[in-house]
Design a protein around this ligand. Structure first.
Ligand SMILES: [Zn+2]
Length: 449
């Protein structure tokens, strides 16, 4: 049992309950036993003094490509399509060792940024690269994060009018059967699951219509969720209009890709009718404001999405299109992006925190167990330290967290188990992870030349 007390608590429950001086009690079953104002009842277990801190639900990362940690800092001034064309040939040489090291670094960094659950969208499976999905699952176990890797895929190479080179795409049948195998091997449907799989063909310009629609059938047959990139850039919109004669959202609708079991990465270029469709179908959006800014893709219409009841989560996106990859910082970036578009009323600190927690839980289908601090939910919690120089003098701790600089993580729990303590990973060493990431990067770059 762990008792966090003498602490500010932002619960993100349905009424956004906030306790300026409260407590959270974590039971031995890894779930939240109690939350409220004032001190906790006396009892056994570890007591954590939260003076100077704010406890929130653990942040949930709804879009990422962990392997990209091995190719950061390249093509830094390119558009999405230019950046992809530069990087595809390098990614074609990925293997399990590179992916394992990149995922270890990426997930360790996410944990230090206040993330307790991350998805990953992996869609490059070189023929002789070994089991790259297993490599990243092992990395997540090593760090201790709750993990939702998706089995991605690409089957539309250049010779068929797609963007990726032909040697890094799979055949449609290979992609579908490997995806089904990944679900059978790894997916845990239980409420406390540490590992769930989703089905994730990559994007309209790298996947055939057949793979998109059969992937949706597969996911629904297996009871798992669906994810893909959609409406990220103007180039993608042009591609869809030319090839399919419609917008990306109309294309998704045609293929059975709107629904409350689907969440889409980006959703930047959505017209009013697309936003209405997403809201009406309960289709989620992984909002990745820093990546969208880095690639100059545009700014998602988050206020309008929320007003139409679209589930919106936050994502850092791949580490090669958003080198910071810090989920805590995305709270502020999301707020700034919304306000740049819509003025100061477009998003507030409470709403930004909701995107990063409950919004993410809804995207991943985990809203019954994650995303808020309520008795009975899984104890995925972050205790942010807000009494250092960076936040000195900001009395409102939620404002300090969202408007201030990235806050140090005093304690992060996943299912009640510590994964970060006093700004350090509990189960891995950050220096070792960095060294392994450098080695993986060099190995990949040497092979690529
Ligand atoms: Zn992405």
């Amino acid at each position: 049992m762990i008792v966090i007390e003498n602490v500010a608590v932002a619960t993100v429950d349905a009424s956004d309950s906030y306790h300026a001086d409260g407590h959270v009690v974590v039971g031995d079953d890894g779930r939240i036993a109690a939350v409220g104002a004032g001190p906790a009842a006396e009892g056994e277990g570890r007591r954590v003094d939260g003076a100077g801190c704010l406890v929130t639900p653990g942040l949930i990362n709804t879009h990422h490509h962990l392997y990209q940690w091995a190719t950061r800092g390249l093509a830094v001034d390119e558009t999405l399509f230019g950046w992809l064309k530069t990087l595809y040939p390098i990614w074609g040489r990925l293997d399990a060792e590179v992916v394992g090291a990149a995922a270890g670094a990426g997930l360790g960094w996410l944990a230090l940024s206040g993330c307790t659950t991350s998805m990953d969208h992996h869609y490059v499976f070189p023929r002789d690269g070994g089991d790259v999905l297993e490599a990243e699952i092992e990395a997540a176990r090593r760090i201790g994060l709750r993990f939702h890797p998706t089995r991605g895929s690409m089957d539309l190479g250049q010779k068929d009018g797609g963007l990726p080179p032909d040697n890094i795409v799979e055949s449609t049948d290979e992609a579908l059967s490997a995806t089904e195998k990944a679900i059978d091997r790894w997916h845990d449907p239980s409420p406390g699951a540490m590992l769930q799989i989703a089905v994730a063909p990559c994007s309209p310009f790298s996947v055939t219509e057949r793979l998109m629609s059969e992937a949706a059938e597969l996911a629904r047959r297996k009871g798992v969720r669906l994810h893909t990139h959609l409406a990220e850039t103007d180039d993608e919109e042009d591609f869809c209009r030319e090839r399919f004669g419609c917008t990306p959202t109309e294309y998704a609708e045609r293929l059975g890709w709107l629904g409350d079991d689907v969440w889409l990465a980006h959703g930047v270029h959505l017209d009013d009718s697309a936003i209405t469709k997403l809201g009406a179908t309960g289709t989620g959006v992984a909002h990745c404001p820093s990546s969208n800014a880095r690639l100059g893709a545009g700014a998602a219409r988050v206020r309008e999405l929320l007003d139409h009841q679209v589930p919106v989560g936050l994502g850092v996106d791949g580490s090669a299109s958003q080198e910071a990859s810090h989920l805590g910082e995305e709270l502020r970036q999301a707020l700034y992006t919304a306000r740049t578009r819509g003025g100061p009323g477009a998003l507030n600190a409470r709403e930004a925190l909701r995107l990063g927690t409950m919004g993410g839980a809804r995207c991943l289908g985990r809203q019954d167990d994650l995303g808020s601090i309520e008795a009975g939910k899984l104890a995925d919690l972050v205790l942010w330290r807000l009494d250092g120089l960076g936040h000195a003098g900001i009395d409102d701790r939620l404002a300090a967290l969202v408007f201030g600089p990235a806050a140090p993580v005093e304690l992060a729990l996943v299912g009640g188990r510590p994964v970060v303590e006093r700004g350090e990973l509990v189960h891995a060493d950050a220096v070792t992870l960095a060294r392994e990431a450098v080695r993986a990067h060099r190995r990949l770059m040497e092979r690529a030349t």
